[in-house]
Design a binder for this molecule. Structure first.
Ligand SMILES: Cc1ncc(COP(=O)(O)O)c(C=O)c1O
Length: 366
């Protein structure tokens, strides 16, 4: 037990101090302790019961239905499941895209999360990386140039609704205009909204990325804006795409429509408890509070001359990379010359003030 106590102590300390990752900290799921002594398994399709009835699929479906509604769809047209995280949701979206259009080319920006390249490799899909603009958004001129000489191929657009480093949002309208200009008839649009899936519906202006805009699939991480001790996520797709790949498996008596067979039964409970506690209004209030903190951080950092900026009203504040000491102390993610703070729920003004104070001291020393 001594080893476990040490690990617990380390994680507890480090949980309190990290500022650079999009993981909400304001959760408690102690009420679910009784489930920890039970076998739980949501094996297979959430809508299809298994011979093994130790699942939380009825709760999982409530989560999917809530998110479908938030993403302007109903369960009639959309299907989904609770994944192990954003990476799995992206893999799933790309898998359905490939099953729809086997000879396609995937277009995604260079600011895309590192896991997507690996997903494409596993799926053996042709793909082209599109340049990014300075703010992390796709460079539409580059996309157009790449696409105009490949009009004969079905196109799969992998869009970022919040890039990892700068929270940039790819502009669906601009991409649709390019699709129209080159008369591309066969295309599929996947939105990676790992962090912003729960945020963007409440942003003003609201980015276009949901089912009302005709997108085919959307991946969201559960442990990011919602928060939780176990990575999780949700993937929602047009029902017709899921139907195309559905296979019935007699061993488990359910449909094999998900990436993994056995699936987590606990995380849907966490997500549902978040939904029940917050509802749409509560989620919106969380978004507004986080945006307010991000505005404060941006202003304070700019007062120190650290070139802070945000995409629109993002929760991510990008600024000049400080010393390794500060990056390590506050667990700030960095890339090249920039670092960022992500103002997730659970991070309060007093936490960022500690960082700002450290930065003030560094500025004085320079
Ligand atoms: C834009 C984006 N996509 C995908 C992922 C991967 O999500 P996960 O860590 O939930 O697998 C991340 C993680 O940071 C991300 O920022």
């Amino acid at each position: 037990m001594r080893d476990l106590n040490k690990v617990l102590e380390r994680i507890s300390t480090n949980n309190a101090s990290f500022l650079g990752y999009p993981l909400a900290k304001d959760f408690s799921f102690k009420e679910f302790a009784p489930f920890l002594d039970l076998c739980l398994n949501n094996v297979g399709d959430p809508e299809s019961p298994s011979t093994l009835t130790i699942d939380t699929k009825e709760i999982e479906l409530k989560c999917i239905s809530f998110f479908a509604n938030m993403l302007s769809a109903t369960m009639k047209d959309v299907w989904g499941y609770v994944t192990n995280g954003g990476t799995e949701g992206n893999l799933y979206g790309l898998y359905l895209a490939r099953e729809n259009f086997p000879n396609s080319v995937v277009y995604y920006s260079e600011s895309t999360h590192y896991s997507v390249k690996k997903n494409l490799h596993m799926l053996n899909m042709n793909n082209i990386v599109v340049r990014s603009q300075q703010n992390g958004e796709m460079d539409y001129k580059d996309l157009e140039q790449i696409l105009m000489i490949r009009r004969d191929k079905p196109a799969i657009f992998f869009l970022n609704i919040g890039t990892t480093m700068t929270e940039a949002v790819d502009d669906l309208d601009k991409i649709k205009r390019i699709i129209q200009k080159y008369a591309i008839k066969d295309y599929y649009i996947h939105c990676d909204s790992a962090f912003l899936g729960c945020v963007a519906p409440f942003a003003d202006p609201k980015p276009k990325f949901d089912f009302s805009e005709g997108v085919d699939s959307i991946s969201i991480s559960g442990h990011k804006f919602i928060g939780g001790p176990i990575p999780s996520g949700l993937v929602l797709v047009k029902r017709q795409h899921r139907n195309r790949i559905a296979n019935s498996i007699s061993y488990v008596g359910t449909l094999d429509t998900t990436i993994t067979g056995s699936r987590n039964g606990l995380t849907p409970l966490f997500i549902w408890s978040f939904i029940e506690k917050n509802g749409m209004d509560g989620i919106k209030a969380r978004v507004l509070k986080s945006q307010k903190l991000a505005r404060y951080v941006e202003e304070k950092l700019n007062n120190l001359g650290l070139n802070a900026w945000r995409n629109n009203d993002a929760l991510t504040v990008v600024f000049d990379k400080p010393s390794s000491y500060v990056c390590e102390k506050h667990q700030l993610a960095s890339e090249g010359n920039i670092a960022h703070i992500i103002c997730v729920p659970g991070i309060e003004k007093e936490h960022v003030d500690v960082l700002i104070n450290d930065l003030v001291n560094e500025c004085v020393l320079v």
